[in-house]
Ligand binder design. Structure first.
Ligand code: ADP
Length: 462
C-alpha cells in the first residue's frame, strides 16, 4: 500500500470515527434530556400510583389478582375528576423481572414501550420493594413520539452533514496527501535516476520543512557521489598515465637488447631496474593512499617520542644531504615531545617531507626540521631555502599526482603521491598538515599532531 493510500485511508477512518462519535454523543445527550424532563414532571404521579397499588396488594391478601380492574377503576375516576393526564398505561414488574400486569397495548404503544419509556416508581410493602411500576401517560407518550421524531431528524441532519463534510474532507485529504507525498515521489524518481548513473540531477529545496532538508541532504549526497566518481575517473586516468612512462622505458630498453643493439650488461639493465623500482614504489604508494583515503589504514598507535623519531629520519638523510651540498639540521625546543602515533606511518610522513625538501632545494641551501610542543600539539616544521611554490599551486599540492614541475619531479624519482600520502597519514592520526611558501625564499611544511601530556610522567614513575 502506498504512503498516499495509507494517509488517505487514515483520514477516511478518522472522519467516519468522528462523525460516529458526534452522532452517538448527541443522541445519548438528547435522550437523557427528555428522560430527566419526563421524570421530573411525572414522578409524583407515579409515586401516587405505587402507593395505591401497594395498598391494593396488601388489601388483596398479598396477591395481584384483578389488579387490571383496579387500575381501570382508578383511571376512570381520574378521568371523571377532570384530570388532564388522561388514560395512563401501567406495567408492574416483580423482582424476578416477570411482568405481573400491563395495560392493554395497541399497535401504537407496546408493552416494551411502557417499560422502557414509562416513569418508574418502586412498589413497597412492609418496607420491602416487591415490584417496579412503570407509568406512561398520554402526554408522555406524545413527548416520546416527538423525541423519536426529533432524534430521527437529528440523525438525518447528522448523516447529511457527515456525508457533506466527509466529502469535502476527503477532497481536501486527497489534495493534501497528494501534496505531502509529492516530494517523496520526486525523491524516489531521483534515487532511480541516480541508480541509473545520472548524478547531475538536483531536487528543489525551496520548502523549509523536513522534505526540504531531506532534499538538500540528498543533493549533497549526489554531489559527493559525483565528486567521488570524478575522482575515480581521474585516478584511473592518472594511474594509466603514471604507468605509461616507466613501461615505455622498460619496453624500449628490452627491445634494444633483443635487437642486439645493446648488450644485457649491468649498465643497460640499470635503467630497467630503476623503472621497475619506481613502478613498485608507485604501486605501494597507491595501496597505502587508497587504504588511508578509505579510512581503513591499519595503525599501530603507541606513545612515541616525536623528537627522537624525527631525529632518526634526519640522520638517515644526512648522507644524501651532504652529497647534494645541503645543510640539514634539526632543532628541538624540548627534550621530548610525546604523541600517540603509529611510528612507521609518521616516519613515512617525515621521510616524504624531508626527502622533498632536500630534492627540491638547490645545492648550497638549508633544510631545517624544528620540533616544538605548543597548545597541546606537537608541531614539526620542515623548512627549506628552496625555490618556493607559487600561490596558485598551494591549494592542489596535496592532491594525488599533482606536480608543480612535472619534469623535475620525475627526474627526482617522485611518484607525485608523497604529499597526498603525508596528508592522509597525518589526518588518520587526527592531525593536520599546513604549507607556507614564498617563491625564491623557501617552503615550510608543518605537521600538527595531538600531544600526549601524561605519558612522560607515567613513564618516569615506572
Ligand atoms: P613528488 O613525488 O613529485 O615529489 P609530492 O606529492 O611529494 O610528489 O609533491 C608534489 C609536488 O609539490 C612536487 O612535484 C613539487 O613540485 C612540489 N613540492 C613538494 N615539496 C616541495 C618543496 N619542499 N619545495 C618545492 N616544491 C615542493
Amino acid at each position: 500500500m502506498s504512503v498516499r493510500a495509507k494517509l488517505f485511508s487514515a483520514m477516511v477512518v478518522l472522519i467516519v470515527f468522528m462523525t460516529g462519535v458526534f452522532f452517538v454523543i448527541s443522541h445519548v445527550y438528547m435522550e437523557n434530556m427528555f428522560r430527566q424532563f419526563a421524570v421530573a414532571t411525572r414522578e409524583a404521579d407515579a409515586q401516587q400510583w405505587a402507593v395505591m397499588l401497594s395498598y391494593y396488594y396488601q388489601k388483596n391478601g398479598g396477591t395481584w389478582r384483578d389488579v387490571d380492574k383496579y387500575v381501570r377503576q382508578i383511571n376512570e375516576q381520574k378521568l371523571s375528576s377532570g384530570r388532564e393526564t388522561g388514560l395512563e398505561r401501567l406495567a408492574i414488574v416483580d423482582q424476578d423481572h416477570h411482568v405481573i400486569y400491563s395495560s392493554k397495548t395497541s399497535p401504537h404503544i407496546t408493552q416494551k414501550e411502557i417499560l422502557s419509556h414509562g416513569v418508574e416508581a418502586p412498589i413497597i410493602v412492609g418496607g420491602r420493594k416487591i415490584a417496579t411500576l412503570s407509568v406512561l401517560d398520554r402526554d408522555l407518550e406524545r413527548e416520546y413520539r416527538l423525541q423519536e421524531k426529533i432524534l430521527q431528524s437529528m440523525a438525518k441532519a447528522a448523516m447529511t452533514g457527515a456525508v457533506a463534510t466527509g466529502l469535502v474532507a476527503l477532497l481536501i485529504g486527497a489534495w493534501l496527501t497528494r501534496r505531502l507525498t509529492r516530494p517523496l515521489q520526486l525523491l524516489l524518481d531521483a534515487i532511480q535516476r541516480i541508480s541509473q548513473g545520472d548524478l547531475r540531477l538536483k531536487l528543489p529545496t525551496d520548502s523549509r520543512d523536513e522534505f526540504g532538508r531531506v532534499a538538500s541532504a540528498f543533493n549533497q549526497m549526489a554531489d559527493q557521489l559525483a565528486k567521488a566518481q570524478e575522482v575515480r575517473r581521474h585516478l584511473v586516468a592518472d594511474v594509466a598515465h603514471e604507468l605509461r612512462t616507466p613501461l615505455t622505458i622498460i619496453q624500449g630498453q628490452l627491445e634494444l637488447i633483443q635487437q642486439g643493439v645493446r648488450k644485457p650488461d649491468p649498465e643497460t639493465l640499470l635503467p630497467i631496474q630503476d623503472e621497475c623500482m619506481r613502478l613498485s614504489r608507485l604501486v605501494d604508494d597507491l595501496h597505502q593512499l587508497t587504504l588511508a583515503e578509505a579510512g581503513v589504514l591499519p595503525l599501530e598507535v603507541a606513545p612515541v617520542d616525536i623528537v627522537s623519531l624525527v631525529q632518526r629520519v634526519v640522520d638517515n638523510f644526512q648522507v644524501e644531504a651532504d652529497e647534494r651540498d645541503i645543510r640539514l639540521a634539526m632543532r628541538a625546543e624540548s627534550e621530548t615531545a610525546y604523541a600517540a602515533v603509529d611510528a612507521n606511518r609518521m616516519t613515512q610522513v617525515f621521510v616524504n617531507l624531508v626527502g622533498n625538501a632536500i630534492r627540491y632545494t638547490p645545492a648550497g641551501g638549508r633544510v631545517t626540521v624544528v620540533v616544538r610542543e605548543e597548545r597541546g600539539e606537537v608541531q614539526i616544521a620542515v623548512e627549506d631555502t628552496g625555490p618556493g611554490i607559487s600561490e596558485e599551486h598551494l591549494p592542489h599540492l596535496f592532491d594525488r599526482f599533482y606536480r608543480v614541475e612535472e619534469a623535475r619531479s620525475r627526474g627526482n624519482g617522485g611518484t607525485g603521491l608523497g604529499l597526498a600520502i603525508a596528508k592522509e597519514f597525518v589526518e588518520a592520526h587526527k592531525g593536520r598538515i599546513e604549507v607556507k611558501s614564498q617563491v625564491g625564499a623557501g617552503t615550510v611544511f608543518t605537521v600538527f599532531v595531538p600531544a600526549l601530556r601524561r605519558w612522560p610522567q607515567e613513564r618516569a614513575s615506572h
